[in-house]
Write a protein of this length. Structure first.
Length: 252
């Protein structure tokens, strides 16, 4: 029962705080619209918001999938090929040290104003957390397991597949959760820099026309989408790890 009450209580509290802020500051609607004005705009422009949200959703999902796959491959290379660490480590640092707003115009210039540049931006955002988390899990294999593998003359590939990767899955799941939480940032930044569709484009367009209520409605849709994706990812990862744990106990 508490599970269902908690989200309702959180939403209600946020709305009341929002309304209280509008009342206390007496901000005009073109600075800070109240929840009622935003809800009315959300109702009137729902079709437009959903159409743009669909584009952003696709960018987030594709970026998350490609970024996670690239991050996992990079972590496996780092963990298994010692000479590759000297080459890939600077790349990892560069992806995190350069500001995303500095890279977004370059990606738009190279890949155009369509979907590819936004997906690439999302990949760039989540590449590091997935790689770092998975690699950290792969290199923390207990020494007892490593000694047992040597005693049994286990092949490196078999040891990697059957021992190192399963033991690193909790770390990978943490990286995937962070990746899903930050993936919308890449998509929105890409849409701000250059796009003709998506929630980021809609927010930028509404801001230029002083349609602040529409901008807040787009932000609300984006927030709901981001939270839903994160909770779904967290739930699936939790179930997967629990299932693998049960299977592991059965095999023992």
């Amino acid at each position: 029962m508490i599970k269902f009450i908690r989200p309702f209580a959180i939403i209600t509290g946020l709305l009341l705080a929002w309304q209280a802020l509008v009342y206390i500051t007496e901000a005009p609607p073109y600075i800070l619209p109240d929840p009622l004005a935003v809800s009315q705009t959300l109702y009137r422009r729902l079709d437009t918001l959903i159409n743009h949200a669909g584009i952003t959703f696709l960018e987030i999902i594709l970026g998350f999938l490609f970024g996670s796959l690239l991050g996992c491959c990079s972590a496996l290379i780092l963990a298994t090929v010692k000479s590759a660490r000297d080459w890939l480590t600077p790349v990892l640092v560069i992806t995190q040290s350069l500001p995303v707003f500095a890279l977004a115009p370059i990606l738009v210039l190279w890949l155009g104003y369509g979907l590819p540049s936004k997906v690439a931006m999302t990949v760039l955002i989540i590449y590091f957390p997935v790689t770092a988390a998975f690699y950290d899990g792969l290199r923390r294999t207990p020494k007892d397991w490593q000694a047992l593998a040597k005693v049994m003359n286990a092949k490196p590939m078999a040891f990697l597949i059957h021992v190192r990767i399963p033991l690193a899955l909790p770390s990978l799941s943490s990286g995937l959760r962070v990746a899903m939480a930050t993936a919308p940032i890449g998509a929105i930044v890409g849409e701000w820099v250059g796009s003709s569709e998506g929630l980021g484009y809609l927010m930028l367009h509404a801001n230029g026309r002083m349609q602040i209520d529409l901008m807040f409605a787009a932000l609300l849709i984006l927030s709901i989408m981001a939270v839903s994706l994160y909770l779904t990812t967290d739930h699936l990862l939790h179930r997967l790890l629990r299932h693998l744990s049960l299977d592991d106990h059965k095999t023992r």
